[in-house]
Design a protein around this ligand. Structure first.
Ligand code: HEC
Length: 201
């Protein structure tokens, strides 16, 4: 069925046929158009420039880096409102009771801490943060110190160079706010029971 009706047509003008014939369809021996070849060469020339510009480990030019930079800018913009927070008792207690800023601490926690402490803070590989027992915390400001410097040789990582100092304080305020929820945890109670947080005001 395929081969029989292949009387080659006379090519128009100076067109050359390849001699291929499939189901009677013949093929001109046309070169790829110049614009196509130029595009092909252009992509080859472009790719190393693109790769070096965006992927060389220089200044952050990738979309992810730009996103991080915008996030940081936005954070600085927002933090302009509260200034530089000191990780002390008064500040942490204040923000523990601040409905506007506590969600910022919560989002820091949800972004960085839930892999070990669980979304509710009940603990996975890290301890339960919703009870009254603590390993490294005796006073409320110790929470900020543990977050900044880490604990147990990095089992609890240090966040001081990964988070804005204000984020450390706000995350500490959020962690402090989890205390007393006493959520059920698969982990055994760890550490010692400590005195209640000082009340705000
Ligand atoms: C890689 C797992 C991991 C991540 C991620 C992690 N932690 Fe921890 N965290 C731990 C472990 C393990 C401990 C217990 C350290 C110890 O035994 O002394 C701990 C302890 C703590 C403590 C002290 C609790 C206590 O009883 O003394 C606080 C507060 C804390 N983490 C907050 C955070 C916050 C806030 C973040 C996110 C910014 C975070 N952690 C992220 C593993 C983690």
């Amino acid at each position: 069925m395929a081969e029989e009706s292949t009387t080659p047509l006379e090519p128009a003008g100076d067109e050359v046929l390849t001699g291929h014939s499939y189901d009677g369809i013949q093929e001109y021996d046309n070169p790829t158009p110049r614009w196509w070849e130029l595009m092909f060469v252009a992509t080859i020339v472009f790719s190393p420039i693109y790769a070096i510009w965006f992927h060389a480990p220089l200044q952050g030019r990738t979309l992810a880096d730009q996103y991080q930079a915008s996030l940081a800018d936005n954070m600085r913009l927002q933090f302009g409102e509260i200034g530089d927070l000191t990780p002390d008792e008064t500040t942490i207690v204040k923000f523990m009771n601040d409905p506007k800023w506590l969600p910022v601490g919560e989002s820091t926690f949800k972004t960085n801490c839930v892999s070990c402490h669980g979304p509710e803070g009940i603990g996975i590989s890290g301890p339960n943060l919703t009870d009254d027992n603590y390993l490294n915390v005796k006073k409320i400001e110790d929470i900020a110190t543990v977050i900044r410097d880490g604990a147990k040789n990095g089992a609890m990582p240090a966040w001081g160079n990964r988070l804005h100092p204000n984020e450390v304080v706000l995350a500490a305020a959020y962690v402090a706010s989890l205390r007393g929820k006493n959520l059920k945890s698969a982990r055994l109670t760890e550490g010692v029971e400590i005195a209640p947080w000082p009340s705000g005001g």
